[in-house]
Ligand binder design. Sequence first.
Ligand code: SAM
Length: 253
Amino acid sequence: MNGSPLAQAWDEAADGYESYFVPRFAPWVKAAASALISQPLPDGPIVVPCCGTFPELTELRKIDPQREIVGIDLSAGMVALARQRAAGMGRVSVIEGDATTLAPESCAAVVCVFGLQQLPDPEAAIASWTAAVRKGGLLSVVFWPGQSEVEGPFALLYNVLADRRPPADISWEQRLATAVGAVIEKDERVAFPMEHESAAEFWDAMAHGGPLRALANARGEAFMRVVREQFLNAAPGGPWRHTPAARWLVARR
Ligand SMILES: C[S@@+](CC[C@H](N)C(=O)[O-])C[C@H]1O[C@@H](n2cnc3c(N)ncnc32)[C@H](O)[C@@H]1O
């Protein structure tokens, strides 16, 4: 186990993330992997930083069945589930570790979904990922920008938490295309519909099996109860459908 609060939060969230978010995030994973369809790549593995339970593996294997695929994640709990997903497949490995820096010229492609926005220095990370790709290879990165929707549960969550935690510095999003340091082939927003049975179901998934787990661990149950109540009071009743937009960058080295 890595031992950092972030890694511990994802250890605890891993099962919930796999059952709740992996199916809902599947279209974005498919999109990120699709950048590699019919693309000639240099020798070397496809590396997947922040692979979590490794849903990218299924898509990438369909696209490039012979290629070695390497997932890297900080959380031992996530890595355990990723290894379950990889069980019985050849040419796959999952490394428990920090994926912010990769060895230069070490792979054919880097594919990352919903990892970049969590890293302390996304610009430095994406520059390292580009440098890790060999000449002619590809980088395909999908991440949640600071604003992924103007209405919907992500937007409400953002508003409810706005006064309760230090504002996130998202100025890096503006500088990201420059930080990539390679020819950008795609830089666009990709939105897909998602559905939650209720606002409470969404909140609980976020707090137990999602990115709010770290906040819950840091601030404690009483804090989370108050914020949950405020969130539910402001949320619509019944099933909740929304269409958040992630940002997708594809670059060729
Ligand atoms: C939202 S999950 C995404 C998982 C997967 N890519 C997916 O699309 O379902 C983010 C993952 O990033 C991992 N992570 C966060 N910081 C990391 C770091 N510095 N190095 C490696 N993994 C990291 C977390 O442990 C977590 O599993």
